[in-house]
Design a protein around this ligand. Structure first.
Ligand code: NAD
Ligand code: TDX
Length: 332
């Protein structure tokens, strides 16, 4: 593979993946990104222009998508509306981008016979009970809870159908919660870090018993590249790094890292339909393809992430006020 089309490559994880390609491969990258509120050109700014080109456009626009898909060896599809809370406020862009956008890309890949990797989430499986010892596997039935996860589930099923009905050379990965640099301040971990850096308070939904399975974005990127190279066509791989933590544990750690009392936070209105627990069994990816996470512990990664946000206030501060105003209007 010499030339990849990376959709959503100006977002949090997509830009991490593009950086991973620049640092670890000789692949040339065309990024297709609409530059929504969630994107940032800065995340790609220091990458070599002879390796990475940005095309600003919509994945749901066939006139833009078709010629681009025709010129590359593979499509790696990250672009999405990605925030659950936004999907509760207005599901419409989620259906348009996540479902219609994915359909548009699949049709182009079908026409050109292009290899396709679809990046998805563990949220398509719904949630686990807090006391359930089990974890999600590739065989877990789909049971999404939110408009976001329902549209991601719909996109996964379209990919599966195009693989089976049209022989599309496709793979899918479903990953757990990512953290790391360049994550938008609307998301849980950056929101709490930047609240404290701005002199505000940490905001925990409900009691904070909900569990997420954290993985650093660097490990997600290496997993996607592994699947692209060695994954079996038609297969789904779950990506996770055994990083289960309750939200309460995470906020206490963020508070400690920033020198605050670990009980100095606010309980705010819970998310409607809030999934209880996500947990990934990534045995298939590890045993079949030999992938493993290498980033290190969540605790070390969180400390480095706090430092990154401390050093990049110029990047996140312009977005902070509007995000917090929207949360405040919902009592969160
Ligand atoms: P993000 O919101 O940070 O970035 C999404 C990117 O897609 C942005 O750059 C945005 O401009 C672009 N985009 C949105 N709509 C577009 C459109 N119509 N056309 C072109 N570009 C468009 O999201 P993220 O957190 O980096 O997530 C990337 C992918 O990974 C998503 O598919 C998401 O479902 C999946 N995922 C995310 C996580 C997580 O924890 N963040 C976990 C598992 C899977
Ligand atoms: O202020 C907050 N307080 C809080 O307690 C926010 C923003 C969130 N939360 C809770 C809700 C979740 O239980 O923290 C947890 C994580 O919240 P998000 O960062 O919104 O992530 P989540 O809803 O778990 O979804 C994320 O992981 C899976 C990504 O946003 C998705 O794109 C991905 O598919």
């Amino acid at each position: 593979m010499r030339h990849l089309l990376v959709t959503g490559g100006a977002g949090f994880i997509g830009s991490n993946f593009v950086r991973h390609l620049v640092e670890h491969t000789d692949v040339r990258v065309t990024v297709l990104d609409k530059l929504t509120y969630a994107a940032s050109r800065e995340s790609l700014a220091d990458l070599p222009t002879d390796r990475v080109e940005l095309v600003v456009g919509d994945i749901a626009d066939a006139a833009v998508v078709d010629p681009l898909v025709g010129t590359v060896d593979a499509v790696v599809h990250f672009a999405a509306e990605s925030h659950n809370d936004n999907s509760l406020a207005d599901p419409s862009p989620f259906v348009q981008t996540n479902v219609v956008g994915t359909f548009t890309l699949l049709e182009a890949a079908r026409r050109h016979g292009t290899r396709f990797h679809h990046v998805s989430t563990d949220e398509v499986y719904g949630d686990l009970e807090l006391d359930d010892p089990g974890r999600f596997t590739e065989a877990t039935p789909y049971n999404p809870s939110s408009p976001y996860s329902a549209t991601k589930a719909g996109s996964d099923l379209l990919v599966r159908a195009w693989a089976r009905s049209f022989g599309l050379q496709a793979t899918i990965s479903n990953c757990s919660n990512n953290y790391g640099p360049w994550q938008h301040v609307e998301k849980f971990i950056p929101r709490q870090i930047t609240n404290l850096l701005d002199g505000g308070r940490v905001k925990l939904y409900g009691a904070g018993a909900n569990v997420r399975d954290w993985i650093h974005a660097d490990d997600h990127s290496s997993a996607v590249w592994t699947i692209l190279q060695r994954g079996r066509i038609g297969e789904t791989y779950l990506v996770g790094a055994d990083g289960e933590r309750s939200n309460l544990e995470v906020v206490r750690q963020v508070l400690r890292l920033l020198g605050h009392d670990e009980d100095d936070f606010d309980h705010v209105t819970d998310r409607a339909g809030h999934d209880l627990r996500y947990a990934i069994d990534s045995t298939k990816l590890r045993t079949e393809l030999g992938w493993q996470p290498t980033y290190g512990t969540f605790e070390d990664g969180l400390a480095k992430t706090v430092e990154w946000y401390r050093d990049h206030a110029d990047w996140w501060r312009p977005h902070k006020q509007a995000v917090e105003a929207a949360y405040a209007a919902r009592g969160q």
